[in-house]
Design a protein around this ligand. Structure first.
Ligand SMILES: [Zn+2]
Ligand SMILES: [Zn+2]
Length: 344
């Protein structure tokens, strides 16, 4: 999603020129090129001075064509949904929505990779990272870097997706630009040094597209086996694209709606809110004010009615012995009282 832009097209050299012309560039041209370079350098240092390089640069050359193409394509395919509906494909889509949304994004990308809210075996970590990648929200490196940056600068200069810059910007349009402003390595070294140094995590940059193509083929194949071409297309459109777009908008609502609508349990320095609708569609992530107040806490529902289905999955994994040292406390005192209660 954040792959570097291809090199600009070369100038047209189809007109043959004399050797003397090539070897002796015009002094006027040289002066112009030098002036343009100086203007560009001045503009760059101006941006860096005013924003410390934190703000996403909304310039044409910083557009992420991979992200724009990928997200546009998924939304266009969804237009075929009413004509390809089957109940089987709807249930498959709902099941995969939960799998990739709750287990992949909320548990894997967010609470495990971004906030280190629990400890686990490397294979479990990579399993949940793979499921997270299948949600179509980009590589784990970019996702985690953007989200850590969001926590560090929440609703301030440097937040990649604050509704202060408009609700639709925070919901989806921020994705049209590279948050790294062209220097991805520096961005990743700054925000995700722990993951960027792992070859396994860097591999997901290359696995992103093949994993989705494979999923599409499997869905199409299963559909064809159980109901011929019609079911195959239905499984592809619903199981893949309706599900993808559904998970995307659920996650995006955390960034938009949960910073605009809802109540607050804690006085945080940002505008985060607890929003019950987002908590349902985004599997517990809608208790976003709780999360901003205590980011490492893997349990996002803090009041008894704040139901968090991803927390249920974490508890199940804990019972199975697949995760441990789960952060379910706000501070040291709460941790001590919980552990003494467990021993009593
Ligand atoms: Zn937030
Ligand atoms: Zn977070």
């Amino acid at each position: 999603m954040s792959t570097m832009l291809p090199a600009p097209p070369r100038p047209n050299t189809s007109q043959p020129r004399e050797a003397s012309q090539r070897s002796a560039p015009s002094p006027v041209k040289t002066r112009l090129t030098g002036t343009r370079k100086a203007i560009r350098a001045a503009r760059k240092s101006e941006i860096e001075a005013s924003t410390d390089g934190l703000t996403v640069e909304r310039r044409f050359s910083n557009i992420s064509w991979w992200a724009v193409g990928w997200l546009t394509m998924a939304h266009i395919v969804v237009l075929a949904a009413p004509f390809t509906f089957t109940w089987t494909a709807l249930f498959v889509a709902l099941g995969l929505h939960w799998l990739t949304g709750s287990l992949g994004i909320c548990l894997g990308y967010h609470r495990l990779l971004t906030h280190d809210g629990m400890k686990t075996y490397p294979w479990v970590r990579y399993l949940f990272t793979t499921i997270g990648t299948l949600a179509g929200e980009g590589s784990p490196l970019d996702w985690v870097a953007d989200h850590r940056k969001h926590h560090k600068h929440s609703d301030q200069v440097g937040d990649p997706h604050s509704p202060h810059e408009g609700p639709w910007w925070s919901h989806m349009f921020w994705l049209a630009f590279h948050t790294h402003n062209g220097d991805r390595a520096a961005h990743l070294n700054r925000w995700v040094p722990d993951l960027y140094k792992l070859r396994g995590m860097r591999m997901f940059d290359y696995l992103f597209l093949p994993l989705h193509i494979l999923t599409g083929i499997v869905l199409f194949g299963i559909g064809y086996a159980i109901g011929g071409t019609e079911m195959a297309v239905s499984m592809l459109v619903w199981g893949m694209f309706v599900r993808l777009v559904g998970v995307l908008h659920a996650t995006w609502m955390v960034n938009s709606a949960s910073h605009i609508f809802g109540y607050r349990n804690y006085e945080t320095t940002d505008d985060s809110r607890n929003n019950w609708l987002v908590a349902i569609v985004a599997y517990g992530e809608g208790w976003h004010n709780n999360h901003h107040a205590y980011p490492r806490m893997a349990k996002h529902g803090h009041k008894w009615w704040e139901f968090d289905i991803t927390w249920m999955a974490i508890l199940t994994l804990k019972k199975l012995g697949l995760v441990w040292d789960v952060v379910d406390y706000r501070n040291a005192a709460e941790k001590a009282s919980k552990s003494s209660a467990a021993q009593a």
